[in-house]
Design a protein around this ligand. Structure first.
Ligand SMILES: Cc1cc2nc3c(=O)[nH]c(=O)nc-3n(C[C@H](O)[C@H](O)[C@H](O)COP(=O)(O)OP(=O)(O)OC[C@H]3O[C@@H](n4cnc5c(N)ncnc54)[C@H](O)[C@@H]3O)c2cc1C
Length: 386
């Protein structure tokens, strides 16, 4: 055996699994190895919005994300055709926006400084569990361990290898970067949107199960805006409306031409409570299981999966039982599972009833109800993670 535990993928889910294991059971530090196909800092398409739950999980690992460049959105606005709900946290930021190349490289550096071994440039090609362990074939040869953790994201190999027949629920997402509104021709927009993370749900009646976003961000210290469009691509909808045109129309409302910027796309696998999350000797974390289906928010979830998986792994080694039959139950009954289940149900509610009058009701009239549901069911779960 090369190691006891191989973690396949060094994004937030894989690194969180390693960091939580190191924290919960330091004796595992030298017994685990993270295999990452890229080299840090590596690009990762993501708007980089960190909700408070992500920061709570990081703080509990004694990590302070303010060490890396970030932009704070003072409020989040959820809009439907010009009116909606604004949320802010008195005396604090509402959303902290990081760049993923910087964030993931920082997390990897923190893991290394705590003695965790990470090998970069190792691409997992196949994962083969057997009775005594698991064999992982990579571009750098074969690795053998007692267990493996699939943390290789929405397009990863691990899930495909161990659960080939499982249904896939995948959101379509497009993203691009533009200059800020600090242009003399757009003073009104700078005032209304400058410090705001803006979510626009007007695409819903067109059959898009999602929204467009417009966040403040920075690249190399230069302020920018990050725009994008998310479509959960619900199996029930049966349609695939064009995302690019819808995003272009939203951007035009702010005086921006989509064609002037480089547009990129990446899928997000979202959580479904009936999906399997492990097989004997291999368990999955992060997008390999599924992110939030309402917004495609997955960084806090990835950090949360890492914590649950670390507890599962420590107990498996204690009992010398690597069936992981209780892992799904452990995820579902955790505060992480609670928020994922709530978000899964809300996704079908918000995006199935896509009539304009319903969206107006939701984002304009039912404000107190929406805020209460968000506060108690969607957010504030990480503090309860034990
Ligand atoms: C356009 C877009 C915008 C988003 N915006 C937000 C946002 O604002 N806020 C938010 O919370 N979430 C956002 N998300 C979701 C978020 O990016 C993911 O949920 C999150 O990255 C999941 O973390 P992960 O560690 O599971 O996977 P990843 O971050 O994808 O990490 C997987 C890691 O595994 C490595 N890997 C992949 N394949 C292999 C292989 N074969 N061998 C070895 N290594 C491999 C990759 O290089 C990567 O480092 C967004 C996603 C997209 C696509």
């Amino acid at each position: 055996m090369d190691k006891d535990i191989l973690i396949l993928g060094g994004g937030p889910a894989g690194l969180s699994t390693a960091l939580h294991l190191q924290q919960q059971a330091p004796e595992f530090t030298s017994r685990l190895l993270v295999l990452e196909k890229a080299h840090y800092p590596r690009p990762k398409l993501c708007a980089g919005g960190l909700v408070a739950d992500a920061e709570i999980l990081l703080e509990r690992l004694n990590l302070d994300v303010r060490e890396i460049p970030h932009t704070d959105a003072q409020s989040a606005h959820f809009d439907f055709r010009g009116r909606g709900i604004s949320v802010s946290v008195p005396g604090s930021h509402t959303l902290r926006i990081i760049r993923r190349d910087e964030f993931d490289a920082w997390l990897a550096e923190k893991a290394r400084s705590r003695g965790i071994e990470i090998r970069e440039g190792v691409t997992v090609q196949s994962v083969r569990p057997d009775e005594d362990g698991v064999t992982v074939l990579t571009n750098q040869g074969e690795f053998r361990a007692r267990v493996a953790v699939g943390a290789d994201g929405s397009n990863g190999q691990t899930r495909r290898a161990i659960l080939p027949g499982e249904p896939l629920y995948t959101a379509r997402v497009l993203e691009l970067l533009t200059p800020t509104y600090k242009d003399p021709s757009r003073p009104a927009l700078e005032k209304t949107r400058g410090q705001v993370a803006f979510f626009e749900f007007s695409p819903v009646p067109q059959g898009i199960a999602g929204y467009t976003w417009d966040f403040p961000t920075q690249i190399g210290g230069q302020p920018k805006r990050c725009w994008g469009i998310y479509d959960a691509n619900l199996p029930a909808s049966g349609q695939r409306p064009a995302l690019k045109e819808t995003l272009a129309a939203e951007m035009k409302n702010c005086g921006l031409e989509l064609a002037d910027y480089e547009l990129k796309g990446h899928p997000i696998r979202w959580f479904d409570p009936f999906t399997r999350m492990s097989v004997p000797r291999v368990l999955l974390v992060g997008d390999a299981v599924g992110a939030d289906p309402i917004f495609g928010e997955g960084i806090s979830m990835a950090l949360g999966y890492g914590k649950v998986a670390a507890t599962e792994l420590a107990q498996a080694f204690k009992r010398e039982n690597f069936s992981f039959t209780g892992y799904r139950q452990r995820v579902l009954t955790s505060p992480l599972g609670g928020t994922l289940l709530a978000r899964w149900l809300l996704t079908y509610l918000i995006y199935t009833f896509r009539w304009s009058w319903f969206q107006s009701l939701l984002w304009r009239v039912l404000k107190p109800f929406v805020i209460l549901v968000a506060w108690f069911l969607v957010l504030n779960w990480a503090r309860r993670m034990r």
